[in-house]
Write a protein that binds this ligand. Structure first.
Ligand code: FES
Ligand SMILES: [Fe+2]
Length: 379
């Protein structure tokens, strides 16, 4: 990635609040790409489930009796009632039962029974299985693709970003804390904020102490003029200040280093992987934080933040967990505030577009990515 060599226009302001445009983005991005909806550890046994919402679509995420992940639309094939009214739970006896007229489905989605239905010749249970949704897992994260024919496999969707995380044992790690936060802004505003560190000196003074590079308002050492690598392995990624270990308020940790990391991953103290548009992962030598992003309306986005540890570490070092949460919570607070004020200014009738400055190249790439997805849609 290189910095922009000229100013670029930001996206049209209306794209951040117009309900029709929001609907187009749901179709073009959220109902086509792979979207992270949770962790496998949330449903450890057959019949455990949780309900996930992507745009206007409600999904049941469960495991069948073979322990295979299964995702269905949360809609009964009879007359369309919601099947699960709770956010999470366990299907008794492995049966998914509609609360309206008791149509009963198996954990593989097959319609098993239609109690008290009067007989008729042309009714076949086989015709009314639950609506299935494509699903796949990576690193213990559950992804869904609402498109019947996904444009690519999950693996190719994740691409090289998954490789960045290859030394972290993500699949084994468990969430020891989950925070949810609703922000009054469009989902793109949050991604844009994540895509630049131009705001860091003003908005994140604590973070700038941990990562001195950020005081320059850039994301990478390669963005700064006249940068030269320290050695052949130095690719310019951000790193914590000398003497610091990780992202805690004082940069210190009582948690052990995760086995398998290399010396650069330990020295840098932070490593990012982005899975636009539903998640990014921030991996440290001692813990991992995932931030999931789900649009909740044209001017509303929900963030779901999980802090992950290896189970044995979570048990042995329970007293260290609070300190691990502080920086992530502070960042969400600080970023959330500026995202919301960003949103509020966009209805100005004269502000048709913003403008991007050189270090906002990653934001521009995000815009190009989105424009490509919207290319053949009527806007
Ligand atoms: S709507 Fe589900 S059984 Fe009637
Ligand atoms: Fe930020």
């Amino acid at each position: 990635m290189t910095t922009l060599s000229r100013t670029e226009l930001s996206l049209p302001s209306t794209w951040y609040y117009d309900p029709d445009h929001y609907a187009v983005e749901l179709e073009a991005v959220w109902y086509r790409d792979w979207v992270c909806v949770g962790r496998l550890h949330e449903i450890p046994r057959a019949g455990d489930y949780f309900v996930a919402t992507v745009g206007s679509q409600q999904l049941i995420v469960t495991r069948d009796n073979e322990n295979q992940l299964r995702v269905f639309h949360n809609t009964c094939r009879h007359r369309g009632s919601i099947l699960c009214t709770n956010e999470q739970g366990r299907f008794p006896n492995g049966r998914i039962i509609c609360p309206y007229h008791t149509w009963t489905y198996s954990l593989t989605g097959a319609l098993l029974a239609t109690p008290a239905r009067l007989p008729v010749d042309d009714f076949a249970e086989n015709d009314y299985s639950l609506y299935q949704v494509n699903s796949a897992c990576w690193g213990g994260f559950i992804f869904v693709c609402l498109d019947d024919t996904p444009g690519c496999t999950l693996e190719s969707f994740l691409g090289s970003e998954a490789q960045i995380m290859k030394h972290w044992p993500l699949a084994e790690m468990i969430s020891v804390q989950q925070d949810r936060k609703l922000l009054a802004c469009n989902w793109k505003i949050f991604w844009e904020n994540y895509s630049e560190c131009y705001h860091c000196p003003r908005v994140h003074p604590e973070l700038c102490k941990l990562v001195p590079l950020y005081q320059n308002g850039v994301l990478s050492y390669t963005d700064t003029p006249n940068w030269r690598p320290d050695d052949a392995s130095d690719d310019g990624r951000p790193r914590v200040a000398p003497g610091l270990a990780t992202w805690t308020l004082d940069g210190q940790t009582g948690l052990p280093v995760i086995p398998g990391l290399d010396e650069h991953e330990i020295r840098n103290g932070v490593n990012f992987a982005s899975f636009t548009a539903s998640m990014f992962v921030v991996a440290h030598p001692d813990y991992v934080r995932s931030v999931r992003v789900l649009p909740r309306g044209p001017e509303s986005v929900e963030l779901i933040v999980d802090w992950l540890l290896l189970p044995e570490v979570a048990e042995t070092y329970a007293g260290e967990i609070d300190r691990m949460l502080d920086v992530g919570r502070l960042l969400i607070e600080q970023d959330g505030r500026v995202c919301e004020i960003n949103q509020r200014g966009l209805r100005c009738v004269q502000h048709k577009h913003g403008v991007l400055v050189p270090q906002e190249y990653s934001l521009w790439e995000f815009h190009e990515w989105l424009r490509a997805k919207l290319e053949d849609r009527a806007l």
